[in-house]
Write a protein that binds this ligand. Structure first.
Ligand code: FES
Length: 151
């Protein structure tokens, strides 16, 4: 073995550089593989099952007014069918009431008003009331025996 020449690097002196480069490559590959396994795991743990719709059954017949008020909704029955609107005001969340004599729904907090179909008429609320699907349960003769509201 000869003496190292000044200005020329000895082959042993470059070994740590190559080793570092290899080590970095292995680290990148390990990180990439780790992310590939971690992503589906995170997706699985973050997965939320959508809540089942809640069904509320209101027995028929409705009162003579054709309106049934429950804790969560107001049900309007007609000869053609039925509609249900939420009782939660779209302004700040107060519980609205149906004004039978005026034929509109009113919020007691800031007097927003809505039609029985849930459409906004006046007041600080900017959105309509949410409406719910209503299914009619009938007997063999075709008479309505109950209203099923899907919340
Ligand atoms: S909460 Fe209903 S109008 Fe304000």
């Amino acid at each position: 073995m000869g003496a190292p020449v000044a200005g020329k690097k000895h082959p042993v002196a470059t070994a740590p550089g190559r080793r570092n480069l290899l080590l970095r490559g292995v680290q990148w590959i390990a990180a990439t593989v780790g992310l590939l396994f971690l992503y589906p795991l995170l997706r699985f743990t973050a997965f939320r099952v959508p809540p089942k719709p809640r069904l509320v059954e209101v027995p028929a017949p409705l009162p003579l007014s054709g309106v049934h008020t429950s804790h969560d909704f107001i049900l309007f029955g007609t000869k053609e069918g039925a509609t249900a609107v939420s009782r939660i005001c779209t302004h700040l969340g107060c519980r609205v009431n149906y004004q039978q004599d005026k034929e509109y729904i009113e919020c007691p907090c800031h007097q927003s008003r809505f039609t029985p179909a849930g459409e906004r008429i006046a007041g600080p609320a900017q959105k309509n009331l949410p409406i719910y699907d209503v299914t009619l349960k009938k007997d063999a003769d075709g008479r309505v025996i109950s209203y099923v509201v899907q919340l």
